[in-house]
Design a protein around this ligand. Structure first.
Ligand SMILES: C[S@@+](CC[C@H](N)C(=O)[O-])C[C@H]1O[C@@H](n2cnc3c(N)ncnc32)[C@H](O)[C@@H]1O
Length: 239
């Protein structure tokens, strides 16, 4: 089963997880940290891997004209049902049914590590952006996907036992507050992401490794994520 099919199989769990108020990092800090890199609304904003639509709805509220793209039929349907006025397209990010240069902003919030053909998706994003258009992405930080803390202690050693440089697939079952979700993803090195951007004609103009803010600490144990970044944020310009 590819990642796309695995996300469809987890669609109900993801909808419950993503929509539980304050449940995950999106609500506690991540969305707002990411938005600091996102340009003001322009002509058209494409949200790649929009899932059940929580960021697309928020961007719509900020004045963006949004088209959401997702490859999971159940998640695309949930996004559409949540706001029938919002354009949601069921499609693979590596084959976008959109015309060349139709948009001035593309967002991939926490989706590139979940897309089977990441470099092809980045090429497609470049194709649908007009020259000068911006691409803003958030991914699981490659150091995070490559390794693990040895324990949950705030000063626990962070260990990379396997291979950082080569991509590999992972399935992480996370259970919290009565909800369970298996995250199916692929680890990509930092260079893999940057090569995909370089080969698609993007110039990186901003990069952030956001620290977990004090207000988002849920326990003493979560302080370990103030030493190692959870996420990587980046804004690139289409040349
Ligand atoms: C972690 S979820 C992020 C959803 C949303 N951006 C959010 O933060 O709430 C990853 C999303 O990527 C989607 N996805 C996986 N493979 C895809 C593909 N090939 N093309 C488009 N979307 C894909 C999944 O269906 C899922 O909705």
């Amino acid at each position: 089963m590819n990642l796309r099919a695995k996300w469809e199989a987890q669609a109900d769990q993801w909808i419950a997880w993503a929509r539980a108020p304050g449940h995950d990092s999106f609500w506690r800090h991540h969305r707002d940290q990411f938005l600091s890199l996102v340009p003001a609304p322009g002509r058209l904003t494409i949200d790649i891997g929009c899932g059940e639509g929580r960021l697309a709805r928020h961007l719509g509220g900020l004045g963006h004209a949004v088209v959401g793209i997702d490859a999971s039929p159940s998640l695309a349907a949930a996004a559409h049902a949540s706001d029938p006025a919002m354009a949601i397209v069921l499609a693979d990010a590596a084959r976008l049914p959109l015309t060349d240069a139709c948009a001035d902003l593309a967002i991939a919030f926490m989706s590139l590590q979940d897309i089977d053909a990441m470099p092809e998706a980045v090429r497609e994003i470049a194709r649908v952006l007009a020259p000068g258009g911006r691409f803003c992405l958030a991914v699981v930080h490659p150091i995070n996907s490559a390794g693990r803390f040895e324990t949950r202690a705030p000063d626990a050693p962070f260990i990379i036992k396997g291979d950082y440089l080569r991509p590999f697939e992972s399935a992480d079952l996370v259970e919290r507050d009565g909800l369970a979700m298996t995250f199916h993803s692929r680890h990509w090195s930092l260079e893999s992401y940057f090569l995909a951007l370089e080969q698609a004609g993007f110039l990186v103009e901003a990069l952030r490794e956001p620290e977990l803010p004090d207000h988002a600490l849920v326990s003493e144990a979560s302080r370990r994520w103030q030493r190692v970044p959870l996420f990587l944020h980046l804004r690139a310009r289409r040349t």
